[in-house]
Design a protein around this ligand. Structure first.
Ligand SMILES: [Zn+2]
Length: 665
């Protein structure tokens, strides 16, 4: 098995002789160094101005009471011996990964215990800057883990305004500007440069230091050109171990990195980051759309993600998706949404956050998967179907396959929460994503608060109540999802006199009075989408629905405060559904009660009931669901009524189904 660390060693030798990458010529190439930054469509609210409420608060509390709040107590890689605490332990990406998620979790929950855990890493880092400006443990000088730590420090400054942060980052970036010409980006850093440029831009927004623009330019020029790669996208099939092994000569290192799932998730922010440097709005929007369209076309999954186990793996829903890629894709899309202000990006964020993200965890968030599958009927020690990952990849556990996700998953829910609302350049507020929350912020000179009361995405209504000391005028933009066919917006019980169109932001610009109530209703008719072999997946609103074939959890081994688990199905899973695009809206919806754990495997939140028959010939092999049978299916087995539950609740699942031959054809 090629572990990630081994992979890095290979990468180091491969790129040791690398020279600065020459940008390839194609439409959209930026010319010359930037002299300023173009404005983003929306400005995120500082960390702490949005607080989770309702089910989202419960979800973050589950995370805090699970692995996130306890990992450092028993997992050495982020424990007291961490290199990022001055110890002799892990000194690479795991400490920064942990802080990048634990920090927003701690501040969103205002949890003093978690803040104290976070501050050990923050204080050590801020207090141990070298005289030349270098940061981090002495054990390595890799730029990559530092790219993660500076992301965490930007959030820390947003939350606290700690006066140490801006000078610290300025010294580090000045040092990097002098060091990069002779010690250029390599391996991970070369493919993830856009994450650092994001923070360089963040710092420029606060200091106006023009040398930062030169650094952003240098990072881009040394980094891999994702935009050119997607202008001529070559990785259209399943990456195989054989092809990567054959490509392991230094000149072909690019294939390993270009097909790497996490790299691709992080790369989805490239166009947004470049837009701020170039101001080429239309070009960079097109670059982003081309990138995500290529990933979807060749590797798209019904859960909103793309396959990567751990390299791009094609369209079969039996292939897996790494958890790091899920949280990194979410973060990239959150940045891209704020930069371009496109409602379709918000739809995609919700699809991933409400499906793929919870789908990777057990109910209590004490165990996670490395790779999850959209069609996943057995979690066990199988060597298949992964492109390069090992046999433990879909276990629910502490560090199945590899520990990167163990350190990195923490950012998923907190950064989603931080991205729910934003500020618009005209002094207004934007509801980008929907989940229950409380907002305390300012518009003009006025303090206002907003309470968003909803069980969305499980229910169709969202109620927003405004509080302020006096009436205050400001524009309020409300995202209308692209999937809704009927959306209504009312203010104090009266229909708002505004244009309400799917996949746009509806604008209400009025004098808001204390106690004003906005109610959004998004009708959520079930719908069908098509996937591998023309298979069907069911959605209702942003939720994807799956068949749960029952679960028997068998402990494989204890892992300190947690354990590794195998999971076996209890019932048949091989059904074809009697539904298509025309009949989907008539599928029966059963709304129930949202429990204390929103994505618990035993759930009454919302279900779809529809007719189906078993297809006896559709089987699994070595625990892997065979490809979905092509074409309309017939079956002599009796018709049954299946209940589908939210994808994130189905810890075993079938999501992509064959279609049953309609009765009238
Ligand atoms: Zn990972």
């Amino acid at each position: 098995m090629l572990t990630r660390r081994k992979f890095v060693e290979v990468g180091v030798s491969a790129i040791a002789a690398a020279t600065l990458q020459q940008g390839s010529a194609f439409a959209g190439e930026r010319r010359g160094s930037p002299t300023n930054l173009a404005p983003a469509a929306f400005t995120p609210l500082p960390l702490g101005q949005i607080r989770p409420a309702g089910w989202l608060r419960r979800q973050l509390r589950i995370q805090a009471d699970g692995l996130s709040g306890h990992l450092d107590e028993f997992w050495p890689d982020v424990g007291p011996q961490s290199g990022w605490l001055g110890g002799p332990g892990e000194s690479w990406e795991r400490g920064p990964y942990f802080v990048d998620g634990l920090l927003p979790l701690a501040w969103l929950l205002d949890d003093q215990r978690l803040k104290a855990k976070t501050m050990r890493f923050i204080d050590w880092t801020l207090n141990h800057q070298a005289p030349n400006g270098m940061i981090g443990p002495n054990g390595n000088d890799d730029w990559w883990p530092r790219m993660v730590m500076v992301k965490a420090l930007a959030q820390y400054h947003d939350a606290t305004a700690d006066s140490r942060v801006l000078p610290f980052l300025t010294r580090y970036f000045h040092y990097q500007l002098t060091a990069l010409p002779t010690r250029p980006l390599r391996d991970w850093g070369k493919y993830r440069w856009q994450d650092e440029v994001l923070v360089v831009e963040w710092l420029y927004d606060r200091t106006g230091d023009v040398s930062l623009l030169r650094l952003a330019d240098l990072l881009e020029r040394q980094g891999y050109d994702w935009i050119a790669g997607f202008a001529n996208f070559k990785h259209t099939g399943v990456t195989t171990r054989a092809s990567l092994n054959a490509a392991s000569v230094p000149s072909d290192e690019s294939e390993r990195m270009e097909t790497h799932g996490v790299n691709n998730g992080q790369a989805l922010k490239t166009a947004a980051v470049r837009y701020r440097l170039s101001g080429d709005d239309a070009i960079e929007r097109a670059n982003f759309k081309r990138q995500i369209a290529a990933i979807d076309r060749f590797h798209g999954m019904p859960n909103g993600m793309f396959s990567c186990d751990e390299h791009l793996a094609g369209l079969d829903p039996s292939h897996g998706t790494e958890l790091c890629t899920i949280v990194e894709t979410l973060y990239s899309l959150e940045i891209t949404l704020a930069t371009f202000g496109d409602a379709f990006i918000a739809d995609r964020i919700e699809k991933i956050a409400f499906n793929a993200l919870p789908g990777a965890f057990d109910d209590a968030m004490w165990a996670h998967q490395y790779d999850q599958q959209a069609n996943q009927i057995l979690v066990g020690l199988n060597s298949k179907p992964w492109t390069t990952n090992g046999p433990e990849s879909n276990l629910y556990g502490l560090e199945p396959n590899f520990g990167c996700c163990t350190a990195n998953f923490h950012q998923g829910w907190p950064k989603f929460t931080s991205s729910l609302w934003a500020r618009s350049p005209d002094g207004g507020l934007v509801a980008s994503l929907y989940a229950p929350c409380e907002i305390e912020t300012t518009v003009g000179d006025h303090n206002i608060s907003l309470s968003v009361d909803t069980e969305y995405p499980f229910k169709q209504d969202i109620r927003i109540v405004l509080s302020s000391e006096t009436a205050v005028r400001f524009p309020l933009r409300l995202r209308i999802p692209g999937w809704t066919n009927t959306a209504t917006v009312s203010v104090n019980g009266q229909p708002a006199p505004i244009d309400v169109k799917p996949e746009t932001f509806a604008l209400i610009d009025r004098l808001w009075a204390p106690g004003d109530v906005v109610v959004l209703h998004f009708s959520m008719a079930p719908s069908v989408s098509r996937w591998y072999h023309n298979s069907l997946a069911l959605m209702r609103g942003p939720l994807v629905f799956s068949l749960d074939p029952g679960q028997s959890w068998v402990k494989l081994r204890d892992r300190g405060l947690t354990a590794d688990w195998q999971v076996y199905p209890q019932k048949f899973w091989n059904y074809a559904l009697l539904v298509d695009e025309r009949s989907a809206a008539q599928v029966e919806v059963v709304e129930g009660t949202l429990g204390s754990k929103p994505f618990a495997s035993v759930t009454d939140s919302v279900k779809l009931r529809l007719r189906a028959r078993r297809i006896d010939a559709w089987r699994s092999e070595d625990g892997v669901v065979a490809p979905v049978p092509k074409g309309l299916q017939t079956s002599s087995l009796p018709e049954e009524i299946l209940e589908l539950i939210p994808y994130g609740a189905a810890k075993l699942r079938i999501t992509a189904f064959p279609q049953l031959q309609p009765e009238d054809s």
